[in-house]
Design a protein around this ligand. Structure first.
Ligand code: DGJ
Length: 724
């Protein structure tokens, strides 16, 4: 149960799991005193002594002590000389803000943030801390929410101009978290196309370290989150703190270690391509940041993030519903399809139990390759002479739902849309547009563009019986300029783009609550909590090779639960790596997510097709557990040859265990894997072997698993226990 204890100098938020404590120092300086495991009381004397601050009743920064103070929302350039979370340019051109405490108030539940994705929920309380800089006329409200069921805090800042002139926000991070020591390893996720979210772990060093994006999206190259854990922390034990941004555009995630070995963590909008002119009376909201704490290892930290995603972020009909097993035609046909070919693929899919047929890129304009037609969202009658509705009717008649691919934020220079509206693309007048994948990005900061994008998608959803949308986005920002924004507001474009996109998505998900949306960006290039608020699943990677997917899904699960990850079985040799893996392995890895196929099932042998039929039947039986159970990582592909994980139903009566070995090795014993998340008292029967073990045996001694012969060998086992 969340409680917020307010005294004159201490603001203490706590629930059964964590405490977050803010101190109000002499002069109203809001200091960060604590975030971690729940505290029963809070005497800040030791901590203030650590920071060389007087705690003897005065709670006083002395000399240049602001430079030693752990701040809640610091600005650089007055007493604190370190990097700050906030930079505001005043009318006279000076750039130092100094926010002092005014008042605090508690509200029940969690208020939303206008225009931005945000967590929600009634089972919590929010502390609003009101601050003011009298000198420049800036007010700020720092908002902190604790949900009863999460060991973490959700926060953002709201800035208001109460002066008579414009203020320019040059930096406004969402999160500043100070910690009184730096004996941590930093983990970040970075990658590239088809190898998203590789996990990098290294000890903190003095100075600045972190990841960022200026690409107009979270990007394939870095994820908008970071994790700090003790050097001795493992998956199963030790302290870990994670922070993730509920946003999908440019970001910065960094940790600064100061000479006294304190560390300051920042997460928020990247300030390189950002500034925001705040007119008198106007308000600016930062995106929201989620910070979680665990003393039960990285796996424990992920459990907190997964709960945030499941209970406080994902909305709509599919938030907790079984996700349809889909077949996507992309790798089956690429651009080379016609109605007959698609129906043949769909018929076999329906026959083996697939529930949703997805038509990917290439159905509109004159799009026979990736050089044209983005923006012209009209059916290509050369490929589909009878129109889209005719196709969807036939697919529906087979008992399948129908899904359609869009890349609505883009325009091809070779398109009717670009001919009519060249200024709708993000561009710099007088400069040759830099193209990526022969396409340009539409200026989503413009209302006319937002309305066009909305209309194009909405028209098909209204008229064609579409049950699912794959919302793709395949290029990053360049030539960053907007035809409508005045010179002094050009740096607002990247954030305005995101606000425009969120506006369109909000309209669509509200108007079409029955439609399942899946986010995609050249694979998993925009896999973030912002997109998850609108679309309950994200295409994890274009790399569908089972061994690569072990790594990608393993590290994606640091924050995201299985129901967020689109994962498909594709053809062999794999189109990204050329590797041949058994159909069982491809199925076992893919079923720990939103399961589907990315191939023409007609090309499979009768034997493999039968295995597909069995996979689908099994996933249908187990999918509530697979998607919504508690997911635990057991063996890391980053540390060895084996990947293992387990998903356990909330009542702990059903679990699905997966083990995949990359390379076969002779002369080794079959691995004994310690499971997690089971009920120690229950007796579990392994369906595939008929053996029974207690939960305590499985978690302490482990389960010995014999893998099939050969490389990329894998097993997936179903464990069931009797309900009490
Ligand atoms: C990139 C996506 O990640 C793929 O799955 C596919 O939809 C292509 N775009 C289509 O162009």
């Amino acid at each position: 149960m969340t409680e917020i204890l307010l005294t004159e100098k201490l603001l203490h938020l706590r629930n059964d799991h964590v405490s977050y404590v803010i101190g109000i120092l002499e002069g109203g300086v809001p200091a960060h005193l604590y975030f971690g495991k729940r505290l029963e009381g809070m005497n800040p004397a030791s901590l203030l002594r650590h920071y060389d601050l007087r705690a003897d009743g005065a709670w006083q920064p002395h000399n240049c002590a602001l430079d030693h103070t752990p701040h809640e929302y610091p600005s650089h350039g007055l007493g604190d000389l370190r990097e700050g979370a906030l930079t505001v340019r005043a009318a006279d051109g000076t750039r130092s803000a100094d926010l002092r405490f005014v008042s605090a108030e508690v509200v029940e539940g969690k208020p939303g943030i206008p225009g931005l994705p945000a967590t929600f929920g009634d089972n919590g309380r929010t502390l609003l801390v009101h601050l003011k800089d009298e000198c420049i006329g800036l007010e700020a409200t720092l908002s902190y929410t604790l949900f009863d069921d999460v060991a973490g805090v959700v926060r953002h800042a709201s800035l208001r101009n109460v002066s008579g002139s414009d203020l320019v926000i040059e930096r406004a991070y969402s999160l500043c978290l100070e910690m009184p020591d730096s004996r941590y390893d930093l983990i970040t996720l970075s990658g590239a196309w088809s190898r998203e979210r590789e996990m990098f772990r290294r000890p903190l060093v003095m100075g600045e370290q972190g990841v960022s994006s200026l690409k107009g999206a979270t990007s394939l190259h870095a994820s908008n989150m970071l994790f700090l854990c003790r050097p001795e922390t493992t998956e199963a034990q030790g302290e870990a703190i994670g922070a993730a941004l509920v946003y999908s555009g440019n970001f910065k995630a960094s940790v600064h270690v100061d000479p006294a070995r304190n560390c300051r963590v920042f997460l928020g909008l990247n300030d390189v391509d950002f500034s925001w002119t705040l007119n008198p009376g106007a308000t600016f909201d930062t995106p929201e940041a989620v910070t979680v704490y665990s003393d039960a290892g990285l796996d424990g930290m992920s459990a907190q993030f997964h709960r945030v995603c499941a209970e406080h972020l994902v909305r709509g009909k599919y938030a907790k519903a079984p996700r349809p097993i889909l077949l996507n035609n992309w790798e089956a046909t690429y651009f080379g399809f016609n109605e007959e070919k698609l129906l043949k693929i769909a018929r076999t899919a329906a026959d083996v139990g697939v529930e949703l047929f997805v038509l990917d890129d290439g159905w509109f304009g004159k799009r026979d390759d990736d050089t044209t037609s983005l923006g012209d969202w009209f059916v290509d009658t050369a490929k589909l002479p009878n129109g889209m509705k005719h196709l969807t009717d036939q697919v529906h008649a087979m008992g399948l739902k129908f899904g359609l691919w869009f890349e609505p934020e883009m325009v091809s220079p070779k398109s009717k849309l670009y001919e009519a509206h060249p200024d709708w693309a993000i561009h710099i007048p007088g400069r040759e547009p830099v193209q990526q994948r022969q396409q340009l990005t539409l200026d989503m900061s413009r209302e006319d563009v937002q309305d066009y994008v909305y209309d194009c998608v909405a028209r098909h959803l209204r008229e064609d019986g579409i049950d699912y949308v794959k919302w793709d986005m395949n290029r990053n920002f360049s030539n960053i300029g907007s035809a409508l924004l005045p010179a002094e507001r050009q740096k607002e474009l990247p954030h305005r783009y995101m606000l425009g996109l969120y506006r369109v998505l909000e309209r669509l998900v509200n108007e079409f609550p029955e439609v399942l949306f899946e986010s995609c960006s050249s694979g998993g290039g925009r896999f973030d909590m912002g997109m998850l608020y609108y679309m309950p699943q994200t295409w994890t990677s274009d790399n569908t090779d089972a061994l690569c997917r072990c790594q990608i899904q393993y590290s994606t699960s640091l924050v995201f639960p299985p129901f967020a990850m689109g994962s498909h079985v594709s053809a062999v040799p794999n189109h990204q790596t050329g590797r041949i893996t058994p159909i069982e392995t491809r199925g076992n890895v893919a079923m720990s997510g939103c399961f589907g196929y990315e191939l023409d099932l007609n090309t499979l042998s009768a034997d493999d097709l039968e295995k597909v039929r069995q996979q689908i039947a099994r996933v249908k039986k187990l999918r509530q557990t697979l998607l919504y159970g508690d997911f635990h990582r057991l063996l890391s592909p980053y540390e060895g040859n084996d990947t293992a994980w387990i998903t356990v139903s909330p009542d702990k009566c059903e679990a699905v265990f997966m083990l995949t070995r990359a390379l076969a090795k002779s002369g080794t014993y079959p691995p004994l894997v310690r499971l997690r998340g089971l009920d120690a008292e229950k007796v579990y029967t392994v369906a595939e072997t008929g053996e029974s073990y207690t939960g305590s045996e499985l978690m302490n001694l482990g389960l010995c698993v014999r893998l099939p012969w050969g490389d990329a060998a894998s097993v997936s086992l179903t464990l069931t226990a009797r309900a009490e």
